[in-house]
Design a protein around this ligand. Sequence first.
Ligand SMILES: *Cc1c(COP(=O)(O)O)cnc(C)c1O
Length: 323
Amino acid sequence: MSALQTPGFEDVKAAAARLAGQAHRTPVMRSRTVDAATGAQFFFKCENFQRMGAFKFRGAFNALSYFDAAQRRAGVAAFSSGNHAQAIALAAQILGIPATILMPTDAPAMKVAATRGYGGEVVLYDRYTQDREALARELADKRGMTLIPPYDHPHVIAGQGTAALELLEDTGPLDALYVCLGGGGLLSGSALSARALAPQCKVYGVEPEAGNDGQQSFREGRIVHIDTPRTIADGAQTQHLGEHTFAVIRRDADDVFTATDGELVEGMRFFAERMKMLVEPTGCLAFAAARRLAEPGQRIGVIVSGGNVDLKRFGQLLEGAGA
Ligand SMILES: *Cc1c(COP(=O)(O)O)cnc(C)c1O
């Protein structure tokens, strides 16, 4: 895996070809309410409507599509708090590859159930005390499986970049593109597409205020590690960027901002009430910052990254019952 080079835009285009007919080309939606309130034009790339409910299907399917016959037989292993797990399980099912996935004991029940539903074998671990990467490597080695990490892998990054590729194809040049940031697969892939298709477009990552390792890393020029942040954005509770993702983000992104859990809940409410969409807390990161920082006249792309949230939890969060 480390033998693979950090991807470029040609890898994103190759991923788009591999994903054709497999991933949905998700809609780009508008909101007159937001445009009127900000004076900007917002373009929402709705990956909550992607297969399995998040953009992660793109990276997972792209990575598995490169497996040779022996790798396909032995299977794939993955670690994830949820959406990468479901993405690997679904992509593996489509390609007829066995999948084993390490998930934290406190992962949303719906994500665990969905992963099992796609035929993935789920192994649980404690997010706050166990080292998931070491556990996953051990498991993969023992079973001869290929480990596909959730973000720091060239084929994963290239796959994630196809969402911004489609968005820019649909909208033409944008002034700014806001992207949810966990380990940086989506942001680095998006930055590759933006640099190639819209060189003037600013590319911003947005991560939870409780865990701003990406912001620190970007601004300090080195990968900063933090403890697992406590935030309702369960898809962005990462402790550090990856080597590949950081290299691209450092070179091609323009800055990293943060959003509070309160802003994420406001975003969930907005998407539900005004745009009739169910968006998970992590999926609201980009919009939270974009809404705050929008300047009149700007054309702004926002990647709505996923929609996987238990309805009960959705209700609790909107009622302010906390994390
Ligand atoms: C994984 C995920 C993210 C973060 O993506 P990275 O590639 O880890 O930065 C954001 N939103 C959702 C819904 C996710 O599943």
